[in-house]
Design a protein around this ligand. Structure first.
Ligand SMILES: [Zn+2]
Length: 336
């Protein structure tokens, strides 16, 4: 069997999200078994589109619940909107004082669901996240939801050009959502981080770049492997709007997409197991400053996966405890 580090999924709507199709389209909370059966031992939760009826507090309590159930969890302060939901009144103070909060997100740009922050608003938010990160010993990074509009990276370049802030303060996600954003991502990725979304594939196959193929294409374009990550966006709704902005389709993401796109990187794209692994282990751990995660190393947490010869997941250990053993789930969430 093969022993690999537990996967890190750095963008999951752990307390539910969505709702773009009305009240009945709100997505449910993630349960512990969703993580374990997907080989995910560390998760970063976020709010999403609905920063109006869903709260910072509900994500924070879900992080605490997951920790109590045995896995590792953190969260981003905020939601799509700017000004963004905070607990203490400022995202910098949230990151400094609340142990579970490691950054801000997901802040929506270039999307009809964004609150369209100005350059000044995004610069200020980024600066507060950075200082909060310094004071709290965290990443202080901003997870950015990239929408479908053209030139989605424009505002990020403008923040970096007009301030002392670096592009490394941003962690843009959904960069494989369409071909023109992906082309921009090949250039941006040479300078800073690019996160790909796994779970939206194959719901929009004519629009999206398949995540496993996107990793290969980024590497071929000269993007350093250390800049590339993949997250599931699980429990987010996956709405599709027509040109008039009318909702025509709604799906929900799953954490298992991470494992299946990872194996496709190896089986279909010819990447080696260690290179493909970095996108869901070592890279997110380094970018998000999760210092004891993402590698099998002395002094690191015992988050371990055992895989058979075909890379099927067989056993999962989180923080030194078997959660799944020989395909049998040993630990379930409190109400599962
Ligand atoms: Zn998003």
């Amino acid at each position: 069997m093969k022993l690999v580090p537990g996967f890190i999924d750095a963008h999951v709507h752990i307390a539910g999200a969505g709702g773009e199709g009305g009240p009945a389209s709100r997505t449910p909370e993630m349960q512990l078994s969703h993580m374990i059966e997907a080989g995910v031992t560390s998760v970063v939760g976020c709010l999403g589109t609905d920063g109006f009826t869903r709260s910072f507090e509900s994500v924070l309590m879900k992080v605490k619940a997951l920790r109590a159930e045995g896995v590792s969890a953190w969260m981003y302060a905020g939601a799509y909107q700017v000004p963004t939901p905070t607990l203490t009144g400022d995202v910098g103070r949230d990151i400094t004082l609340i142990e579970e909060v490691i950054g801000v997100g997901e802040i929506a740009l270039s999307d009809h669901r964004s609150s369209h922050p100005t350059l000044a608003e995004l610069t200020k938010l980024t600066a507060h996240a950075r200082v909060g990160g310094m004071l709290g010993g965290k990443a202080g990074i901003i997870n950015i939801h990239m929408g479908d509009a053209k030139n989605p990276f424009k505002l990020l370049y403008e923040v970096a050009d007009s301030s002392e802030l670096s592009l490394k303060q941003f962690f843009p996600t959904h960069c494989n959502r369409n071909s023109y954003i992906f082309e921009d991502a090949k250039k941006y990725g040479k300078l800073s981080y690019i996160d790909l979304t796994a779970s939206s594939y194959p719901y929009f196959p004519d629009i999206e770049i398949k995540p496993s193929a996107a990793v290969k294409a980024l590497l071929e374009a000269g993007v350093p492997i250390g800049h590339i990550t993949m997250t599931s966006d699980a429990f987010g709704s996956l709405p599709h709007f027509d040109e008039q902005g009318k909702l025509v389709k709604l799906e929900m993401g799953s954490l298992k997409s991470l494992h299946s796109e990872w194996t496709d990187m190896i089986n279909n794209e010819g990447l080696t197991i260690p290179v493909a692994l970095k996108t869901i282990t070592e890279n997110p751990a380094k970018i998000l400053k999760l210092h004891t995660k993402g590698q099998i190393k002395s002094g690191f947490d015992a988050d371990l996966l055992l895989l058979d010869n075909n890379l099927n997941l067989r056993s999962v250990m989180a923080n030194g405890k078997w959660m799944m053993h020989e395909s049998k789930l040993l630990v379930k969430g409190t109400y599962e």
